[in-house]
Design a protein around this ligand. Structure first.
Ligand code: CTP
Length: 420
């Protein structure tokens, strides 16, 4: 995957800078065109000439070292990169990247580039654990930066702990897999709207009705869509767990809120996946003060909520609409009934009573139904795997239907994360 690719190798002033020389050599051997940017501190630890000899390219340390008058070096390098690897990345560089500082060649170039960035941190164990460093890394992950975790071992400062830079061979392997993963983007340019979690229907300011949905299936769909290149908006009710990085989150409470959030975004959306567990009923009256226990019995009258999926099915203009059905009995009959009634393009059904399926679990057993008698049962797998299969099926069907992308949609940002 690295053959013929232009890679910027950013080297910061950590003692692991010496390992970056081996990394530079291995990237070059793998066929990449490597352009090295060093910080001034890195250049104190290893001579730029070492990297020049290994990469066969000019090494840049100073932002104002403009050796080609035809171009602005940091913009030119940023634009030409297929991938950036920062190894080693110091705590200082992570902070600069998280806050958008541009006071050296590497941080300046990082603000310009649109290429994926893979970071291999290396530092003292306490520095690595410091909440500021951890927060900066989390910020960068949320913006789509990829990380290779530091390894545990003997550190240059004498400590044994987490902070060693990953080995050059591992970084090359991860870089190659990352490029492969980023090429596989059948949903690039598509806008996906996912709903997740249970809705919250207020009784009074301190009490509400909800359901067992954890939102995990919706989160998995959002994450899979993001990884396949889509731009994803997640309308989420009550959920547990963390929202996938690189996804726009619209938090909502009631079914009514969710309906408004979805309908507002329907134009310009290519694919709608309704994985949320929407309450069918809400209290007719929502008390604006806490209800006191003055009565011996209390009757709560419920009224029907709008059916969001049905509304989307009625109004869709070219959008690909996917519904979910969590059933306890008559799975196929109910699923096909909902598919037709709600005018869906696909319907994902699961029997919530089956072992390994349903609310709160990390796995699911789903069957996907289509209007043309289409039926695709999947074996027990993680919700993430099931979501990936579903999104790939949607991508195939979109291709078949020849549906174009929404107007004015930029290419989807890929999500960052920790690379194994
Ligand atoms: N749904 C919705 N709005 C509702 C109820 C359901 O958008 N008020 C959507 C869900 O997000 C899901 C699909 O409709 O994608 C099926 O939901 P489900 O609760 O299984 O079906 P219901 O239509 O509510 O039917 P029933 O409760 O009778 O099974």
């Amino acid at each position: 995957m690295l053959k013929g690719k232009t890679v910027i190798l950013g080297v910061c002033g950590g003692i692991a800078a010496y390992k970056a020389a081996a990394l530079c050599s291995k990237l070059t051997q793998a066929g990449a065109q490597v352009h090295v940017i060093m910080t001034a501190s890195a250049a104190k630890l290893v001579q730029p000439l070492t990297f020049q000899a290994l990469s066969k390219n000019h090494v840049v340390v100073d932002t104002f070292d403009e050796h080609d008058p035809a171009v602005i070096t940091h913009v030119d390098m940023a634009d030409s990169a297929d991938l950036v690897i920062i190894a080693p990345a110091t705590a200082n560089m992570l902070a600069k990247l998280a806050y958008g500082l541009a006071d050296d060649m590497l941080s300046t170039t990082m603000l310009v580039t649109r290429a994926p960035i893979l970071v291999a941190p290396a530092m003292n164990v306490h520095m690595y654990d410091h909440p500021t460093v951890q927060t900066n890394m989390a910020t960068l992950v949320s913006r789509g930066v990829y990380f290779i975790d530091a390894a545990v071992g003997q550190l240059a400062c004498g400590y044994v702990g987490k902070g060693r830079m990953a080995e050059p061979e591992q970084i090359v392997d991860v870089a190659s897999r990352l490029l492969e993963q980023l090429q596989d983007r059948p949903l690039a340019g598509k806008r996906v709207l996912v709903t997740a979690g249970g809705t919250v229907e207020r009784i009074d300011p301190v009490r509400y009705l909800t359901n067992d949905s954890s939102g995990k299936m919706g989160f998995a769909v959002a994450e899979a869509a993001r990884d396949l290149g889509a731009e994803v908006t997640l309308v989420a009710g009550r959920t547990t767990g963390s929202v996938p990085a690189g996804v726009e989150l619209i938090p909502v409470q009631s079914a009514q809120d969710m309906l408004e959030a979805v309908l507002e975004r329907l134009d310009g959306t290519d694919i709608v996946v309704k994985a949320a567990a929407v309450a069918d009923y809400r209290p007719e009256v929502q008390a604006d003060r806490k209800i006191k226990k003055t009565e011996e019995a209390l009757t709560l009258r419920l009224v029907k909520n709008p059916d969001i999926l049905m509304e989307v099915g009625k109004r869709k203009k070219g959008q690909f609409v996917v519904g979910f059905a969590a059933e306890t009995d008559h799975l196929e009959e109910n699923a096909i009934g909902k598919l037709e009634r709600k005018n869906c393009d696909l319907l994902v059904a699961n029997d919530v009573t089956a072992e390994g399926a349903g609310f709160g679990t990390d796995t699911n057993i789903i069957t996907i139904y289509g209007p043309d008698g289409f039926k695709m049962p999947l074996p027990l797998c993680t919700k993430r795997e099931a979501a990936d299969r579903l999104l790939r099926l949607i991508a195939d069907r979109l291709d078949g239907a020849g549906i174009g992308q929404a107007q004015g949609v930029p290419g989807g940002e890929s999500g960052g994360g920790r690379m194994p």
